[in-house]
Ligand binder design. Structure first.
Ligand code: 17E
Ligand code: FE2
Length: 410
C-alpha cells in the first residue's frame, strides 16, 4: 500500500508512506507506485500514530444508571453504585460490554488500551473475562490489564490475596487506591504491598493515587519514594493525583524534586476529574485536575486518559481521545499555539512511554500502525473535530469513516 501526499505529525511538507508486509517500508517524497499497489490519497490529511488510551475502566463501562444513577457525582457514590452493579456481574456481561466499548474506541483510532479491572470481588470474574478478551481482541487492540483494588487492599476482606491472585492469573500491572483505605497507615501499607507484588512478579505499577480533594492525601510521596528506592522508577505510574491540585505550593516545591528523581509517569483524566472533584466545595469550586503543565516542566512524563465510558463515575463518553485532549487543554490551561499543536502527544507518545510500548511511531521499520485524521495538522483536526478517517493496525485497515458533509445555504 502507498499513502500519497500526507502530512506526517504536523510536518508542513507532505510525504508518501509505503507499507509492506505490515511494516513501514519507506517514508519519503514522491515514491513511485509499484505495479498493483493499493494507493490511498492522503492529500490535505494528517497521519499520526494510533491513539493510546492510557487509563480506562473497561469492566465498568456502559453501566451508567444500572441499577442506580450516581446522583451526587462523587467518586464515593460511584464506588457504591458500582458495588451494587458488581453483584450482577457475569463473564458474558463483562465481555459483551467491553467488546462494544473497544469497538467504539477502535472507531476513534485507539489501538492500545490500559484498563483497570476491579479485583475487590471474591469471584474475580471481571479479571477472568478481561484476560480472555485481551487474547480475543489482540489483532485489533493491544490491551494491558491493571489489577485494581477498587475498595482497597488493606480495607477489603482478603484484599491482599485477591490482588496477588489477579497477578498470578495474568494481570500486566498492579494497582492500589491509597486515598480510599481506612487509615493513613493502611494507605502507606497498601502502596508498599502493591510495590512488593509488582517486584515479586516483574510487573508494572499503576496506582489510583490521591483521587480526592483532601490536601492531606499523600499516597504519591510514598509511591514515588518506593519507585526511586526500588529502582522501578518509570515502571511506576501515578494516576489521577487530584489532591495535588490542593497541595500548598511549598509542599509541591519539595515533592517535585522527589517526583523528578523517581522518574514516575502520571496519567491525568481531565473529563472525569473535572466532573468528580470539588463536589464538597461551595464556591470557589475546585476542579481538582493534577498539575499537568508543572509536571511536564519538571521532566515527568504525563498522558491523558478517558477513565470512564458511560458508567457510575461518568455519564457520558464515546471513547474518543479527541474529547479528552480538548477538555484537558482547557482545564489545564494549555492553550498556547504549540501546546495545542503538540497535544496529540499526550495520547500517543507520552502514553506509549507509560505503557512501555516498543516499536511505536511512524518510522521506517516499525509496525505500520497509524491513523489518518481529517485535518492538515493536529491544531486544525482538534479544533474542527476532524474524524479519524482510517485506522491501520500493522498495515491492516481496522476502522474507517467518511468526513461529515455539511452545506451552508447562503
Ligand atoms: N474508580 C475510581 O476509584 N476512580 C475513578 N475515577 C473511576 C473508578 C472511574
Ligand atoms: Fe481511574
Amino acid at each position: 500500500m502507498l499513502v500519497k501526499n500526507i502530512f506526517i505529525e504536523n510536518s508542513t511538507e507532505a510525504k508518501d508512506i509505503r507499507v509492506t508486509d505490515g511494516k513501514f517500508e519507506e517514508i519519503a517524497q514522491n515514491l513511485a507506485p509499484r505495479e498493483g499497489e493499493e494507493i490511498v490519497d492522503g492529500t490535505g490529511k494528517l497521519a499520526i500514530p494510533p491513539f493510546i488510551e492510557s487509563h480506562v475502566h473497561l469492566d465498568t463501562c456502559l453501566t451508567a444508571g444500572d441499577p442506580v444513577w450516581n446522583l451526587s457525582g462523587t467518586l464515593f457514590e460511584g464506588i457504591e453504585c458500582w458495588s451494587k452493579r458488581k453483584e450482577k456481574l457475569t463473564k458474558e456481561d463483562v465481555k459483551e460490554r467491553v467488546r462494544r466499548a473497544v469497538r467504539m474506541q477502535a472507531g476513534n483510532g485507539v489501538q492500545h488500551v490500559r484498563t483497570h479491572v476491579d479485583v475487590t470481588d471474591p469471584t474475580l470474574v471481571a479479571m477472568e473475562a478481561m484476560i480472555e478478551l485481551r487474547e480475543e481482541l489482540k489483532d485489533f487492540v493491544n490491551i494491558q490489564i491493571v489489577a485494581f483494588p477498587q475498595e482497597g487492599i488493606m480495607s477489603y476482606p482478603n484484599g491482599e490475596q485477591l490482588l496477588e491472585d489477579s497477578v498470578k492469573m495474568g494481570a500486566d500491572c498492579v494497582g492500589a487506591i491509597p486515598h480510599f483505605e481506612f487509615t493513613r497507615e493502611y494507605s502507606v501499607e497498601s502502596v508498599n504491598y502493591c510495590m512488593k507484588i509488582a517486584e515479586k512478579y516483574g510487573k508494572l505499577v499503576d496506582v489510583h493515587c490521591d483521587e480526592i480533594d483532601d490536601e492531606q492525601s499523600k499516597g504519591l510521596e510514598t509511591l514515588a519514594c518506593r519507585a526511586l528506592e526500588s529502582g522501578m522508577k518509570d515502571m511506576v505510574t501515578a494516576s489521577h493525583t487530584t489532591a495535588m491540585h490542593s497541595y500548598n505550593n511549598a509542599y509541591c516545591g519539595k515533592l517535585f524534586r522527589l517526583l523528578r528523581m523517581s522518574d514516575i509517569n502520571f496519567v491525568c483524566n481531565p473529563l472525569v476529574n473535572t466532573h468528580l472533584q470539588g463536589r464538597f466545595d461551595t464556591y470557589p469550586r475546585r476542579r481538582g485536575v493534577t498539575r499537568v503543565k508543572e509536571l511536564l516542566a519538571n521532566g515527568n512524563n504525563v498522558s491523558f486518559g478517558h477513565d470512564d465510558i458511560f458508567d457510575p463515575w461518568y455519564p457520558l463518553g464515546t471513547g474518543n481521545m479527541r474529547d479528552v485532549i480538548f477538555m484537558g487543554l482547557h482545564v489545564c490551561q494549555m492553550m498556547g499555539y504549540q501546546e495545542i499543536m503538540d497535544s496529540y502527544r499526550l495520547c500517543t507518545y507520552n502514553a506509549a512511554k507509560t505503557l512501555h510500548l516498543s516499536g511505536y511511531g511512524i518510522a521506517e521499520g516499525n509496525d505500520a500502525s497509524f491513523i489518518i485524521l481529517d485535518g492538515d495538522n493536529f491544531y486544525n483536526a482538534l479544533n474542527r473535530k476532524g474524524e479519524v478517517l482510517r485506522s491501520y493496525n500493522k498495515g491492516r485497515l481496522i476502522a474507517s469513516a467518511e468526513p461529515a458533509k455539511r452545506e451552508i445555504l447562503f
